[in-house]
Ligand binder design. Structure first.
Ligand SMILES: [Zn+2]
Length: 282
């Protein structure tokens, strides 16, 4: 689940390690189905021991540690992953443990993942470009309204499905796509090429508004309780979802209609048929 706001919150939560040096990268001996880690933890340890962390940044829905001499460690949380400095939700699903030397002593950084679908990959600059950056569209918080329109308006895909395509736009997943389309008053099944200039402007503004609000609330913690902020607390944005996981409840925006759930590309979509009409009001 972690999308742009949750991954941004993870980055902010670990940013205090910037400027410090890696002491060790360890395998905590998790008994679960192994997650994809490349190269192996022992080669990451050999490669990174003594190297300085120059930057912590977000690349779409990934956390990136930049090291001196152009090496990058990319954490992709996918469904249930979490990168944190504080105690993980449990100890049995900690996949990687890094020790960082700070002037207050050793600081541990965990990569925890209950389902283990996340990945951890080390890249040099060329590999990062070829395997990750070149496959991602512009960041959802940075894209301009015109570029957004250009990148989406030629496809006949439903706008909700297109928004999840990380090659078009990086950072949006199932939850925030539903919230953004609700705020933009756009029906999720409208084809992207049917949207008009005014729709794109509303969509762009809604995207900024929803993502920035969610970052302020440090993301959304869903009912599985997996996602935690940097202080090991639940995020706060789930209490402000307008439609996501609210099927059958009255719409809080119009207070007239009931939020509906449909399935698009095997994923649930939530919307209000009153606020998000299939056809534009004339
Ligand atoms: Zn409504």
């Amino acid at each position: 689940m972690p999308e742009l706001p949750e991954v941004e919150t993870m980055c902010r939560g670990i940013r205090s390690i910037v400027g410090n040096v890696i002491f060790s990268v360890k395998d905590p001996g998790c008994d679960c189905r192994p997650m994809a880690i490349s190269p192996s933890i022992s080669s990451l340890h050999r490669r990174l021991r003594g190297r300085r962390i120059e930057q912590v940044s977000r690349l779409g829905k990934r956390v990136v540690l930049t090291f001196d001499a152009g090496y990058y460690l990319v954490f992709e949380p996918r469904m249930t992953g979490l990168v944190s400095l504080v105690d993980p939700p449990d100890w049995s699903h900690v996949r990687v443990r890094m020790e960082v030397e700070t002037n207050r002593g050793i600081q541990e950084v965990w990569f925890w993942d209950r389902r283990g679908l996340g990945t951890l990959t080390g890249y040099d600059a060329d590999e990062l470009e070829a395997r990750v950056r070149s496959k991602l569209g512009p960041d959802a918080l940075e894209v301009g309204s015109e570029e957004l329109t250009e990148r989406f308006s030629t496809t006949r895909q439903a706008i909700k499905v297109a928004l999840l395509d990380q090659r078009r736009l990086a950072g949006i997943g199932n939850l925030y796509a539903a919230e953004i389309l609700h705020v933009a008053a756009i029906h999720p099944e409208r084809t992207s090429d049917s949207l008009k200039t005014a729709d794109w402007r509303r969509l762009h503004a809604a995207m900024r508004r929803v993502l920035e609000e969610a970052i302020r609330y440090e993301g959304s913690t869903l009912s599985d309780g997996t996602y935690r902020n940097a202080l090991n607390q639940a995020g706060g944005y789930q209490n402000h979802h307008r439609v996501y996981a609210r099927a059958g409840e009255p719409c809080g925006t119009c207070r007239k209609r009931i939020v509906e759930r449909i399935v698009q590309a095997q994923r649930s979509t939530f919307f209000c048929p009153g606020c998000q009409p299939r056809r534009r009001r004339s």
